[in-house]
Design a protein around this ligand. Structure first.
Ligand code: ATP
Ligand SMILES: Nc1ccn([C@@H]2O[C@H](COP(=O)(O)O)[C@@H](O)[C@H]2O)c(=O)n1
Length: 419
């Protein structure tokens, strides 16, 4: 068994498990002894004849784990019998940072355990997974059996642990691993991820070649630096181009143009790699801002707020209340990244945004489509934008005409940057 898997076992009984079944999170923990009283059922939707299994991805290096987790769902949906439901699951130590392990929960009502168990045996032999099965104990209570893989390539079952319901934790489990998995707070931390994937993603080396050798100096350029943020189709391009023309400013963007040919490649990667790519794009843009900002005002189309807000909203499952609380360290500005003089967040009524998207008629990225049909995701991105500090963003209603929005933003710039 992989070293990381072994190291989990001593704390196994202090872990909480979370399974998303029928749109709701079910939390449970395990205990060695049955306390005698009848424990309430953890999964009301699991029938007596269902066979249940959990798979947690927890061995190997972090890039391998992230890639394997992304591929695992496809593999399970493809290779398991159609009567088998696959739901997201995780295991964590309540409120302990970096303790989250992700995986899937399988509920098989095909009546035969053989195909699922064959697949799981195969996975446990070859891949970084920890497998458990859930069976009724002698007293009728649900027991978790942790599988282990012995040298002889056979699978043994441990003694059962009783499954008991658990209270939802104070912090949503999906917030525990955000730092350095979804959001990176230094140039070094984001670079480390790309270095680690150089062998499996050749394009990572191309990105490294475009990076400055270290985080560009944070010293303020002579001229103001104004960042325009907002969801897609809120009018960023329209506004940034007008500001460039009216202020005689240089217009830059993050990710910078030099990363455009590599962007689609990194958009296919799991969050760890994808978010590190976008984080690094900000440092290339910061270097350009440092140079141009000595000559003219600089307008930047998307910067750090976009990188962090989308990453946080994607990582955190469920409704807005699951986001890390306002003031959490997750919303802080990276200590080595240039701070703009002003960040404007354009907001728009969802119906008007959809109308503008339709009128524009361009193809949409997967994340844009997600924003479109997933109201929860859109609310989480907007709320995360608002919670980021160092600088915080100033919200501007983008529903008036393009000219009126421009005037409103010019007023703010005059007030804050004396331009
Ligand atoms: N204030 C406005 N009123 C009406 N339409 C607008 C306004 N601003 C922009 N538009 C139109 O809305 C559409 C989206 O605008 P724009 O491309 O500037 O948004 P964006 O935020 O840059 O989008 P993306 O992030 O997807 O590139 C365009 O067709 C644009 O002409
Ligand atoms: N600084 C940035 C800019 C963008 N992103 C990610 O890209 C997507 C939105 O960009 P568009 O060019 O399509 O408007 C969005 O999905 C962000 O995840 C980023 O992370 N950082």
């Amino acid at each position: 068994m992989a070293r990381r898997t072994m190291s989990l076992l001593p704390q196994w009984s202090t872990r909480v498990f979370s399974v998303e079944l029928d749109g709701a999170a079910h939390y449970f923990s395990i205990q060695e002894r049955h306390r005698g009283e009848e424990a309430p059922r953890v999964f009301s939707k699991v029938q007596d004849h269902d066979r249940c299994y959990s798979l947690l991805v927890c061995g190997g290096d972090r890039v391998g784990r992230a890639k394997f987790y992304a591929e695992l769902k496809e593999k399970l949906l493809r290779d398991l019998p159609p009567e088998c439901d696959v739901s997201p699951m995780s295991s964590f130590l309540p409120n302990v940072k970096d303790s989250l392990i992700r995986g899937y929960f399988l509920k098989d009502n095909s009546g035969s355990s053989s195909p699922s168990e064959r697949l799981l045996r195969d996975l446990i032999r070859r891949d970084p997974v920890l497998v458990c099965s859930y069976l009724k104990g002698k007293d009728g209570q649900l027991c978790q059996h942790l599988w282990s893989h012995a040298d002889s390539q056979t699978v043994e079952m441990s003694k059962g642990y009783y499954v008991v319901p658990s209270q939802p934790p104070e912090y949503h489990p999906s917030t525990l691993n955000i730092i350095n998995s979804d959001v990176f707070y230094s140039f070094e931390d984001a670079c480390e991820v790309l270095k680690e994937c150089g062998d499996i993603i050749p394009e990572a080396t191309s990105v490294m070649e475009l990076l400055p050798s270290r985080a560009p100096a944070r010293s303020k350029p002579d001229f103001p630096v104004i960042v325009i943020e907002g969801l897609d189709a809120t009018g960023k391009t329209t506004l940034t181009e007008s500001l460039r023309d009216t202020l005689g400013a240089t217009l830059l963007q993050s990710p910078p143009q030099c990363l455009s040919p590599l962007r689609a490649r990194f958009d296919q990667e799991p969050p760890l790699v994808r978010r590190a790519f976008y984080a690094l794009g900000n440092y290339i843009t910061a270097e350009q801002v440092g140079q141009e900002g000595m000559k003219t005002p600089v307008i930047v189309d998307r910067f750090w707020h976009s990188t962090a807000a989308y990453a946080i909203a994607t990582a955190v499952g469920g409704p807005v209340c699951n986001l890390p609380v306002e003031g959490s360290e997750v919303y802080r500005w990276p200590s080595d990244l240039l701070q703009p003089s002003l960040v404007i967040l354009l907001t728009l009524d969802p119906e008007e945004r959809k109308r503008r998207l339709r009128d524009r008629g361009q193809g949409k990225t997967e994340e844009e489509q997600e924003l479109d049909h997933n109201q929860l995701f859109r609310l989480k991105v907007e709320e995360a934008y608002r919670r980021i500090i160092g600088p915080a963003c100033v919200t501007v209603d983008a529903s008036p005409s393009a000219d009126q929005v421009l005037q409103q933003v010019q007023l703010l710039i005059r007030g804050k940057c004396h331009l």
